[in-house]
Design a protein around this ligand. Structure first.
Ligand SMILES: Cc1cc2nc3c(=O)[nH]c(=O)nc-3n(C[C@H](O)[C@H](O)[C@H](O)COP(=O)(O)OP(=O)(O)OC[C@H]3O[C@@H](n4cnc5c(N)ncnc54)[C@H](O)[C@@H]3O)c2cc1C
Length: 595
């Protein structure tokens, strides 16, 4: 029996990473290697207000807006991308962080014989692989166990996951689904509830660092020529006096209070859950299309649940008491658990509620045999799903709304894009720009001659993801300030081939000391992110570039003072400014996360 178990567990995690990376789709390999980032904010603002006419202005720097900007820029269009807070500070940093086909949607598709839902799964499975091809340093395949407690569950999961594999086809499949016995499952995940367990189905999906993929997409579009500015809010739309067509935006700089106008032939509204606010600037009488729905996650220390190889395996609990699924996802050395689905109001800084956190803990307790309490939580966060409204007769609440994306052109030619999933962000960007071209070609028929009509984003690795990223070697120019192997691995994981630049800058600036005793981050990263990744506030760094706010909220507060000091030394902030920045950071973390 012992041998059977070790044979079964050795069958886990057998995907071939090199096969994923060596796909033919990485032909844009060197496109971003030689390009230079233009991250000087003042210079970028000057370009925006220079009365230059942009082909496309994209409002919203989440996954959708940044993908649309990258798609348009790489087709040869002149693009402006603007975001009222930091890049990725909306829903796009608050996901379960899974690139997935959607096992849950597959069940819905089969049960309801819903062809559209089936096609959504098919599309997601293809786009899922895109992550490993364009950002291999920020993503990886994830094998999940699905505990089955009845024969019916086992047969149902087997049938569903066989269909999942079939829909992936050999090209998009990350690995094969399979079965592990109860004994093997408990060997790798000992905290699973044992009573009544038949065994576990295993299957593959993917996991990625959402905010870093988002920021990297913005940086890649910037390197290819887009003018990208964060902390710039659209407060109104400009319209032609001749025909009422939208031909630009009025913005307010949230850092200086200055207002100005940006002119564009086509405006794309990619503001996530907030799209109705922009739509109503175009047509105050238009009916809202968004049903905002809040989803909360909690972050836990893994050691309590799982040891060894199991730390690389996720868990999918197929049915919770509210009819959803519960994911336990290993991420950045911790375990994410979630999510919830509740109608909510719009909020720029949504905050997890106690009842949502308790719901997740209770659901975990019902399928695990370890004691759990609020003290086990190192962070928690809430995101707002920009779900496009269901037909009026739906009585199932937001759970029943399709996760497909929606793109619309208003009578005044405002393009609005909403809904969809992170997994399909590339395709959403492509579809949005395809639709924008119909507006653009009407206004500038000659554009068709100078631009590429087809999307290129399948072939563009994100910044940091050149072919050699995995093989780059640590070069220590000053051995006295050398960093640990753990820190070097972290730099490669977060920055890909740019890890060498981060280390060089850190050494030159004498900032190779660790920022935290608990995590392998170093002080030089702060300076690098300010200079090269458009970070303007300390919470931009702690939350959206280092991910620490989501991993460990207390530790993120512990490092806040040092982060502010490194920024303050660079910007020459006085003590008063440093104190203000520090206090703002602490209240930001307190508002956005709980434990
Ligand atoms: C709890 C939860 C879990 C999820 N998990 C997954 C998952 O595991 N996998 C998956 O594939 N998908 C997942 N999703 C879905 C996915 O995260 C979202 O569909 C996606 O992030 C939406 O991106 P977006 O760009 O439309 O919205 P956002 O990320 O919210 O971006 C919109 C941006 O527009 C900006 N903005 C708004 N108004 C203005 C203005 N006036 N001027 C300038 N900027 C403005 C906002 O500040 C914001 O940054 C999840 C969603 C939730 C809520």
């Amino acid at each position: 029996m012992k041998n059977d178990i070790s044979e079964e567990t050795s069958n886990l995690l057998t995907y071939d990473r090199s096969k994923l990376l060596n796909s033919k789709t990485r032909i844009g390999e060197n496109l971003t290697d030689k390009l230079v980032l233009k991250t000087d904010r003042e210079e970028n603002i000057r370009k925006l207000e220079s009365q230059e006419l942009f082909d496309i202005i994209v409002i919203g720097g989440g996954s959708v807006g940044s993908s649309a900007a990258l798609d348009a820029t790489s087709r040869g269009l002149k693009v402006a991308l603007i975001e009222r807070n930091d890049w990725a500070s909306g829903t796009s940093s608050r996901a379960t962080k899974m690139a997935h086909g959607g096992v849950r949607y597959l069940e819905k598709a089969v049960m309801n014989l819903d062809w559209n839902e089936l096609m959504l799964v098919y599309e997601c499975l293809r786009e899922r692989k895109h992550f490993y091809q364009v950002a291999p340093h920020l993503s990886s395949p994830l094998q999940l166990l699905t505990p089955c407690y009845t024969l019916y569950d086992s047969v149902k999961m087997f049938a569903g996951l066989t269909l999942y594999d079939f829909l992936s086809g050999s090209e998009a499949r990350l690995g094969n689904s399979g079965w592990v016995s109860k004994k093997s499952a408990l060997t790798v995940w000992p905290s699973l509830k044992e009573k009544g367990l038949y065994g576990c189905m295993t299957y593959y999906d993917g996991v990625f660092n959402d905010s870093r993929v988002n920021v990297s997409t913005v940086l890649t579009s910037n390197a290819l020529g887009a003018v990208t500015v964060n902390y710039l809010e659209v407060i109104d739309l400009l319209k032609s006096t001749e025909n009422g067509e939208v031909n630009g935006v009025k913005v307010k700089d949230r850092l200086t209070g200055k207002e100005f106008e940006i002119k564009g032939k086509c405006v794309v509204n990619a503001t996530g859950a907030f799209v109705d606010k922009i739509r109503q600037m175009d047509d105050p009488t238009c009916a809202p299309i968004i049903s905002p729905s809040a989803g909360t996650h909690i972050m836990l220390n893994m050691d309590k649940f799982v040891k060894g190889i199991g730390k690389q395996l996720g868990i999918l609990v197929p049915k919770t008491s509210d009819g959803r699924v519960l994911f336990l996802v290993p991420w950045e050395g911790k375990l994410i658990a979630g999510t919830t689905d509740q109608p909510t109001n719009l909020d720029e800084r949504p905050s997890p509620t106690s009842s949502e956190i308790d719901f997740i803990l209770d659901t975990m307790k019902s399928c695990l045999n370890v004691p759990l309490s609020r003290e086990d939580i190192s962070s928690s966060w809430t995101g707002i799903r920009p779900l496009v409204k269901p037909p009026t007769n739906s009585s199932e609440g937001t759970k029943s709304i399709s996760r497909e994306h929606y793109i619309d052109t208003s009578k005044n030619s405002l393009i609005t894009v909403a809904g969809g999933k992170w997994t399909t962000f590339r395709k959403i960007g492509e579809d949005t720009i395809d639709m924008a071209l119909t507006v653009l070609f009407k206004k500038s028929p000659n554009l068709a001659i100078v631009m590429d009509p087809l999307s290129k984003t399948r072939d563009i690795p994100l910044i940091g993801a050149s072919k050699e990223w995995e093989n780059i070697k640590q070069v220590n120019n000053s051995p006295s300030s050398s960093i640990s192997d753990e820190t070097w691995d972290h730099l490669k994981h977060f920055y890909g081939d740019r890890a060498t630049e981060v280390l060089e800058l850190s050494e030159k600036s004498k900032l190779t000391s660790k920022l935290s005793e608990k995590y392998p981050i170093i002080e030089g990263e702060v300076l690098y992110q300010v200079k090269n990744e458009m970070a303007l506030k300390a919470h931009d760094i702690i939350a959206y570039r280092m991910s620490l706010m989501f991993i460990d909220r207390n530790e993120s507060k512990n490092i806040a003072r040092r982060v502010v000091d490194v920024m303050g030394d660079y910007y020459k902030w006085n003590d008063q400014r440093r104190l203000k920045e520090y206090q703002e950071t602490i209240s930001y973390i307190d508002e956005c996360t709980k434990n």
